[in-house]
Write a protein that binds this ligand. Structure first.
Ligand code: FES
Length: 510
């Protein structure tokens, strides 16, 4: 199945999504949902249960984006309740706690009714401090999480592990599942409920106003009263949302451990970037479980050869779990980090009408996507929602200003690549299976040499706001260091905010 990168996740290697035919001509619906991952499918599912007619379109196949690359955990905010309380007050932390609680409950209910094979299970999670870090954060988190009623306790260490974590916060009753099996169930339920799902149908633009929206595709226009953009990051506004969040790549390995040797828990630390861990057990009798461990994040487009990050995670595992066996899977995914540490879902700030978006999911995509789907369903059904105001994408970034300034400075610094040389001087320095940026006169070219030595040449200028893209050898893609767009070796958009492919490259010589 074609996805937005060359690596294949444990989930997509172990289950299949249903596929649906592309749009066959103009269509009309109450709501057009753009994006066939967790956010889009859950929104379509909820709205169709309310009696709305829904068309859902997806540029590739369902779950081919970040929902197929997640580690599929329902965990607390990865910036901690104490940070949210500092920025948004106790009331803000309470709204986050409520939204996370309701979202996890809803996913559990959907799992039971629509995807009983997805292995949804409740389990406890543990946050521990790295050596040398200030333990005060654990006390602060305990205090801030307790106030809104999150079930937490402090322990001297995480029980049952082969290494001593030291003091930790235990969160009771979190969740995990197999995301592809879950989304397959939701997609099939959507289809039964009358949702018209079309794969391989890319939204090119959204035009219109009020309740008269038109989503343009190469297969025909879709008219709708409302549009929900659930594409991980929105593609239709060029600036506003992209100064409010930053894209990071995160790396995951699946590594075998003897069955039962690692407790069924969720685990993460206070590092930056932090490590996160869960377990998956095959439904059939097997002598091994798969330990799924992630981390080693970096800004999108700012490491052209990131494969060493898999090795770093593997070493981290082997240092702590000496019984670990073979690495069976390696993959990477993308997380959008909101500047003020709270996700964005609600009305598009550029429109304030009937276009809605879900983005800024950080490391809690499954929870945020579900909470966002609930909030947007409430908004479209014109009823109150208990937390939508906190997540409003129009809010000003008055919190986390230090991080905001740092991220913007990092973005601006990337534009220097417009005037520097290339990664290589000549195309014959590029080995088969590798890519490099090459300067040719005033232009920069993104040059990929495939395994049969054929060159694929595109402009290296990102079609979003003109940064120079960088090679990503782990995913065989061109990644933009400014606002995290990604493109395939033939220029196709793999991840927004860019909406148009890389332009043609005029390459002289080979
Ligand atoms: Fe904005 Fe590339 S993603 S310039």
């Amino acid at each position: 199945m074609k996805t937005n990168g060359a690596s294949t996740s444990f989930w997509l290697a172990s289950a299949a999504m249903p596929s649906f035919a592309p749009l066959a001509g103009p269509a009309r619906a109450d709501v057009c949902v753009i994006g066939g991952g967790m956010a889009g499918l859950t929104t379509a599912y909820l709205l169709s249960r309310e009696g709305k007619s829904v068309v859902l379109i997806e540029a590739f196949e369902l779950a081919a984006g970040e929902s197929g690359r997640t580690t599929a955990q329902f965990v607390p905010p990865d910036d901690f309740y104490c940070e949210i309380e500092k920025s948004f007050g106790a009331e803000g932390a309470r709204k986050v706690a409520t939204s996370f609680h309701v979202a996890t409950d809803l996913a559990e209910t959907i799992a039971k009714t629509e995807a009983p094979d997805c292995g949804f299970e409740r389990l406890d999670g543990y946050l521990y401090c790295l050596p040398g870090q200030d333990m005060k954060v654990l006390a602060q988190e305990l205090d801030s999480a307790t106030k809104p009623g999150v079930e937490v306790e402090r322990l001297a260490n995480v029980p049952g592990l082969p290494f001593d974590t030291g003091p930790c916060v235990k969160y009771v009753g979190l969740g995990q599942f197999h995301p592809v099996r879950y989304l397959a169930g939701v997609a099939n339920a959507c289809s039964r409920q009358g949702v018209a799902i079309h794969c391989n149908t890319r939204a090119l633009d959204i035009q219109g106003n009020g309740a008269n929206q038109i989503v343009q595709t190469a297969h025909g226009d879709i008219q709708a009263n409302a549009v929900v953009v659930a594409t991980n990051t929105p593609f239709m506004d060029r600036v506003v949302m992209h100064t409010k969040q930053s894209g990071y790549r995160t790396y995951v390995i699946g590594i075998q451990v003897p069955r039962g040797s690692v407790p069924r828990i969720l685990l993460w630390d206070t590092g930056d970037p932090y490590h996160y861990l869960r377990l998956d057990s095959p439904p059939s009798a097997s002598s091994t479980d798969t330990l799924i461990v992630g981390g080693a994040d970096h800004k999108v487009g700012q490491d052209s050869h990131p494969e060493h990050r898999y090795g770093e995670i593997e070493q981290w595992v082997r240092d702590r779990f000496p019984m670990a066996g073979a690495v069976t899977h390696r993959w990477s995914g993308q997380v959008m980090e909101p500047a003020d540490k709270v996700a964005y879902f609600g009305r598009n700030p550029m429109d304030q009408g009937n276009v809605y978006l879900i983005t800024g999911d950080s490391g809690t995509g499954m929870t945020h996507c579900t909470a966002g789907a609930i909030a947007i369903t409430d908004m479209i059904m014109e009823r109150p929602n208990a937390w939508a105001d906190l997540y409003d994408p129009s809010r000003k970034a008055t919190h986390g200003l230090g991080d905001f300034v740092k991220e913007q400075a990092n973005t601006l610094a990337q534009y220097k690549e417009l005037v520097t040389g290339g990664d290589v001087d000549e195309a014959d320095q590029i080995k088969p299976g590798e890519g490099a940026v090459l300067r040719q006169g005033a232009s920069k070219l993104a040059v990929y040499r495939d395994e049969s030595a054929t060159l694929h040449v595109r402009s290296a200028i990102c079609t979003h706001l003109g940064c120079v893209v960088a090679w990503n050898s782990a995913e065989k893609s061109w990644d933009c260091p400014c606002h995290a767009s990604r493109f395939g070796v033939d220029g196709e958009v793999l991840h927004g905010p860019a909406a148009a492919p890389l332009g043609p490259g005029k390459f002289r010589g080979s």
